[in-house]
Ligand binder design. Structure first.
Ligand SMILES: Cc1cc2nc3c(=O)[nH]c(=O)nc-3n(C[C@H](O)[C@H](O)[C@H](O)COP(=O)(O)OP(=O)(O)OC[C@H]3O[C@@H](n4cnc5c(N)ncnc54)[C@H](O)[C@@H]3O)c2cc1C
Length: 480
């Protein structure tokens, strides 16, 4: 857990290096590079129905400073000390058309698409902490759409499509890096699932195929693909469109764009109760005693989601588990693809500035704790070194944890609930960051029209009553 430079300028270990001594490989050739600082409704900005502040909601982006090379230069030449804030603070209104609880990527994206696509701007996003302080600022930012069910593949693929154009749409560099994504198979049953996923993917027009160990070795030379390992690699599902993104940039980009369209973002604003009358939402109660009137509430609180749905008596089959991740010091680029091993419960990617980001499966117990554990790092190190022995001298910089809202079928719960005006966008488990854009888009449509968007019709809460589950465990068991 040290950020100090290693001896000889290589990625040498130290007494603090948690990977030191856990394997015999060397990191020859992986020289360190320096860390660089390490809806049926219409609303408006003033709450009056029908229309946005300027007629064309997307034009609202003009209200915040545009980011461009030219504006950067102009700013420098003028010697301005500070850029304007990316989003504003507002007084709480007494009422909003829509109140979104949760300022993660899901809540922020929904607010943005409500305003941008449907002209509903009298919207408040309330977060008890800070924007992106939940899973949306703690995840490992892996994007992919190679799921197991046709419903899942279609849904996540629309998200990837939105992600590809997000920087231009939001005028914010979200740093999408399309590296490709490999899911390794270490036994026959995993290999069979990879073939199954590849076929489902192809039928939905998604680029995925099963490749053999020689092809894997070409893509990731540092991977131990020999037959002599404890869990030999038999093949992998290769998904070229997958990659990584900068999670903070996505959160901030949506926040800035939503703010520019008139949405209010309220941090440090905890919801402690939801009012209903005759089965219809009428308002929310805030810590500190304030009340806000609203007929529409969206629960976008991921790991805390059952605490919110309990406020209106809606029971959801969701359990909250911590998920941990860790990051190393930066080294020169050597890993061009995201590598996942379900059998070893580990995945790794390299960021654009050289750090290796590791993740695993959820902790074995339900909890609301967001603390990392030594147990996790030890297990992680052992599994990483089985895959890439050459990393034994790498040093971890940080580890952390976030909360994951797990459902029985590893698919989300989205749409209406038995309480009128209470909508849900939860059940994101360990894989919900990649779904942020499409969830925002489809939940905004569902709220605006009062009808579930077609892409999420399979994900309703009522599927558990019907026994009509959307089983994604085979594509989502390892966290990301
Ligand atoms: C370590 C880790 C790695 C992950 N890796 C990946 C990955 O690689 N790819 C991927 O797709 N997904 C990944 N995930 C999952 C992903 O992070 C989440 O599914 C996603 O961020 C959920 O977003 P959200 O907006 O629904 O919720 P969150 O971002 O968790 O936001 C919920 C917000 O609700 C707020 N809140 C809670 N209660 C209240 C209240 N009473 N009043 C007001 N506000 C409240 C919280 O403060 C929080 O900010 C990972 C998660 C973790 C923890």
């Amino acid at each position: 857990m040290s950020a100090e430079p290693g001896r000889n300028g290589a990625t040498s270990g130290s007494a603090n290096g948690l990977f030191s001594g856990l394997g015999k490989g060397l990191v020859n050739g992986l020289g360190r590079i320096s860390a660089r600082g390490g809806g049926a409704m219409r609303g408006s900005a003033n709450g009056s129905p029908n229309g946005s502040a300027n007629g064309s909601p997307r034009n609202g982006l003009a209200r915040s400073a545009r980011y461009s090379a030219f504006s950067l230069l102009r700013h420098e030449l003028r010697g301005s000390a500070e850029w304007p804030r990316a989003w504003r603070t507002h007084e709480l209104r007494d009422s909003y058309d829509v109140v979104i609880i949760g300022g993660g990527v899901h809540g922020l994206a929904c607010a943005y698409y409500l305003a941008a696509n449907h002209g509903i701007t009298n919207v408040a996003v309330l977060d008890k902490g800070y924007l992106g302080g939940g899973g949306s600022g703690r995840n490992t930012a892996i994007l992919r759409s190679n799921y197991l069910t046709p419903e899942g593949v279609r849904f996540y693929d629309r998200s990837l499509e939105l992600y590809r154009n997000l920087a231009a749409e939001l005028n914010f560099n979200v740093m999408f890096s399309r590296k490709g994504h490999l899911t390794l198979a270490h036994n026959d049953s995993s290999l069979r699932t990879m073939h199954w996923r590849a076929e489902v993917n192809k039928l939905q027009g998604v680029d995925s195929s099963v490749i053999d160990p020689d092809e894997i070795k070409k893509l990731v030379p540092y991977l131990d693909t020999s037959a002599a390992t404890r869990y030999p690699i038999l093949g992998a599902l290769y998904h070229p469109p997958g990659g990584i993104i900068r999670h903070d940039a996505v959160n901030w980009g949506y926040a800035r764009a939503a703010d520019a369209l008139g949405v209010h973002l309220h941090q440090q604003t905890e919801v402690i109760g939801i009012d209903t009358a005759k089965g219809q939402v009428t308002g929310v109660q805030l810590a500190g005693g304030r009340q806000i009137a609203t007929g529409t509430v969206l629960n976008a609180t991921a790991g805390w989601s059952t605490l919110i749905s309990d406020m209106v008596g809606v029971r959801m089959p969701v359990q909250t588990f911590p998920l941990q991740a860790a990051v190393t010091e930066p080294v020169r680029p050597f890993l061009d693809t995201v590598v996942v091993s379900g059998t070893l419960h580990v995945y790794v990617s390299q960021t654009d500035r050289g750090e290796l980001v590791f993740g695993a499966s959820v902790d074995p117990f339900t909890s609301y704790s967001m603390r990392g554990s030594l147990d996790f790092v030890e297990g992680l190190a052992g599994h990483v070194l089985e895959l890439m022995p050459a990393l034994s001298k790498m040093r971890l910089l940080r580890q952390w944890a976030g909360l994951c809202d797990m459902t029985p079928d590893y698919s989300p719960i989205m749409g209406k609930t038995p309480v009128d005006g209470f909508y849900t966008d939860v059940g994101w488990g360990t894989y919900g960051f990649k779904a942020g854009p499409v969830s925002g888009e489809t939940m905004a449509e569902t709220i605006a029209t009062g009808r579930p968007a077609s892409l999420i019709s399979a994900f309703g809460l009522d599927r558990f009553e019907r026994g009509d589950l959307v089983g994604e465990k085979g594509a989502a068991a390892v966290g990301h």
